[in-house]
Structure formats: C-alpha cells, structure tokens
Ligand binder design. Sequence first.
Ligand code: UDP
Length: 503
Amino acid sequence: PTKNTPIAGSTAKQAPPHFVLVPHAGHGHLIPMLDLAHLLALRGVRVSFVTTPLTADRLGGIADQAARAKLPLEIVALPFSAADAGLPPDCENTDKLTENEQFLPFVNAMRVLAAPFEAYLRALAPPRPSCIVSDGSNPWTVEVARRLGIPRLFFHGPSCFYSLCDLKALEHGLHEKVGAADDEEETHVIPGMPIRVEVTKGTCPGYLLEPGWLVLHDEAMEAMRTADGVVINTFMDLEGQFVAGYQKALGKPVWTLGPLFLHNRDDEALASCGSTTAAVRHDAIAAWLDGQTPGSVVYVNFGSLARKLPRQLFEVGHGLEDSGKPFLWVVKESEVATPEVQEWLSALEARTAGRGLVVRGWAPQLAILSHRAVGGFLTHCGWNSLLEAIANGVPVATWPHFCGQFLDEQLAVDVLGVGVSIGATKPVLILDDESEPVPRHDVARVVSALMDGGEEAEERRRKAKEYGEKARRAMEKGGSSYENMTRLIESFTRVEGTKTNKP
Ligand code: UDP
C-alpha cells in the first residue's frame, strides 16, 4: 500500500484519521470488530462504531471502558426498529434468533440501515471520515461509501485460507457446479489453491441452510472485490502463503492485523455483550482451574451460535465423562432451558465432581484458554475460537458445525498441524439440528487423542505453542500485524490541507 507522508522538513500538521466501523450483530463478527476498534483507538485513531440501539446498549461496558481510558472511541446507535423490519421485537443480535429460518431475514433486515447510516455520515462535521470498515454481511454500505466518496475496507470474519478458497471457488464457477450436483457427498476440488482443498455441497463456501444465502454471498463477494482493501484477523506467520495468494487474486491491499484480541481485551466488558452474568462466575471458574494440574483440562465450547438439542448435549456429556479427562464444558442458557436437561447436567456434575465443571451461559473464553490448566480445546472451529486457541498455544480437537468451519478445520489439522478431527463431515443446522448426533464414543476418542501423551499429541502441542509465540510477536512492535496496523493508519493519515487519502 502507498501512503501520503508529509514532505520532510515541512511544518504540515497531521490529523489523526477517523475510521467508521460497521459490524454485523452476531458475536463471532462483533467481537473481533470491537477488538479492532479498541486497537485503532489505542493507536490514536478516532473510531465510530456504528450499530443498532439495543446492541449499542449492550456495548455500554465497552464504551465506559473506552471513556475511562480516554480513548477516542464512540458507539453510535442508528435508528432501527426490529419490528418495523419484520423481525421479532428486540431482535438486534443473532443471539435473539430462535429459529433457523430467521437468520437470513435478520441479515437482510439490516439493509434498512443504509439511509440512517448515510444521514449520520452526512451530518458529521467536516472533514468526511477517512474510511469505512464494513463487515462482509453488510453489503448495503457499499453504495453509501461510493456516494459519499469515502474509501471502504472489507472486514472479513474467517481465516484468510477460507477467504482465498471462497474467491477461487467463485473465480472457477465452483458454486454453480456444486449447486448443480445431485450427490450431497460428492467432493469437489477448489482450483487454484496452493494446497489441495476438497469440499462437498455442504462445506463449499457460501452455502448455508437455504439458497437465499447465495444472493447475499454474491453481494458480499462483490463488496469484497470493489473494496479499497481487506482487513483480516490473522497474522503472516500463520497464513502467509494464503495471504499472498489472496492479495494477488484480489489485486488489493490485504491488511493482516491479528490476533486482534491480544491487546488486553477486557473480558468483563465483553461479557455484557454476551448478555449474562459472566463476571460473577469469572472467579469461580478461575478458582476451579487453579486447582487442576497444568495442561490437564479439556475446554469445550461451541461458540456463540450453535444450539444443541438435549440428545446431542447428552452425547457430549457422556463422551467427556467416558474420556476420564478433567473438563470445563460451556453449555448455553438456551440449551439448559428444560428441567430434564438441568437434572441431567446436575447428575453429570455429581458423577464427575472434582474433575468436571459445567458452566451455563457465557464463559470468559480468553481467560480460560490462557489458563495454564487448559491443555486442549474441543471447538466448533469458528475462526475466533480457533485463533484464540492457537494464539494461546492450545491444541484443538475439531468438530466443525457449519459454514467456513469445515475449511478452518482443514487449516488447523492438515496445514497447521495443531488439531485432531472428530470426523464430522456434514454441516448441521445452527439451531436444534435433528440429524444423527455425533456419538459419545467419538467425543471420548477425540478428547483422549487430544489430551493423551504420544508422539502426535506432543507434536500438536509443540506446534500450537510455536504459533502462540509467533502470534504474540506479530502483535508486538516490529511484528507483522503491528507494522501493518501502522501502515494502515498512515495510509489514511491526512496532512492538513490535503484531500482524504486512499490506500
Ligand atoms: N465466546 C465467549 N464465551 C462463550 C462463547 C463464545 O467469549 O461462552 C466468544 C469466543 O471467545 C469468540 C466468539 O465468542 O471470540 C465466538 O466466535 P467464533 O468465531 O469462535 O464462533 P461463532 O460464535 O461465530 O460460531
């Protein structure tokens, strides 16, 4: 990327840039964007974090924290009514969705934000913001940015490996080919990748639940291709070969800035956006972990979205019990809503007392993953969870559920060598999947493979630790992500009296 530097020796003054961040209101997207906002503000950038009123309320803790630290970070609430947009009242975050069929209408409903977003930008005192950083789920920001002549960066939630797979699949018409295939299990190679990558209809990037997603996917790809650059939560020592390929394929700057959370994220402030009483449990979890042998505990959490039916939940519980390993298992409040499940979990806790801890609701994941007692993570391979594990030097057992999680599993297992697979091959519905549950013996087997000794397990541990150290170095002064952030900010730093820069 080029930058607009002041002429040496001139007295020109530099004004700090103003970044407007437009997240998607689902935790897997919101959290890394909040980390990005915080990190930019720490580096002196003025940041406006634009969202809907109820999400803005939930980010009150983050706003307070920023205010206390005198950071130039503001949360902006655009007018929005879920009911007017055809959603259940108060539905401004994916964690309020109760049916699978609501996800696509939820993302599409956000299109009404285009008008208030434009009005907000026009009403700002000059100069216009330096750039808009918009989540891939918000293609409605494209036209607004274009009309106002504001540069736009595309923020991508998943790994760069996934993004490159997606772009190559598009370039080679794989979506049409996969879409036309009758056999759900048929494998298709993604052409043009530096390594061999195979997908099925259910694991091909862009496919989720129903065909309507493809329209949104096309728009997201267009938003990516027409952006002035892409921001990814990854780092060069982890995904360098894919970043190079992605940048070449896209022909735009790709800014790898992660792992974004390695800048002292405040778990308690974040807990409020997880909507539970996590802060209270924080100490209890830490005390339990303190009592466990270093590296002995398997941490189990399937992210912010996936909701399991009791029969799948029970298989997970039995599998953990049968593995004989200490475990810390997080179940969602929505999963333990019935007395039957509550009783079952209490009985499990009684049988595994001292060796198992079941946390109900939102857990402080970063604090858990960075605790010395945790030696492995059974994860659904959401990119944030995977990156959080890797950056903490924790190897993973991979159980992808849907979307890019299957490709990110491949990255963890086959490319990085930090994961062992449970062997799931088909995507499940986000909420209450009815298909055959993954059986307890698979859960027990993968947990044992992850936590036991042996050459392969040791190798995974060694590699995870190595990537963890590299992750930290990437975020330190002189590291690739730190320096990329510097260059990104410089590329938008306006010398007073000149026009807004473009990267
Ligand atoms: N998370 C958390 N506590 C929980 C569940 C999730 O802090 O109990 C955080 C987790 O650390 C990660 C994000 O929520 O930052 C989940 O994102 P990911 O991409 O892993 O999965 P998704 O929720 O999008 O499926």
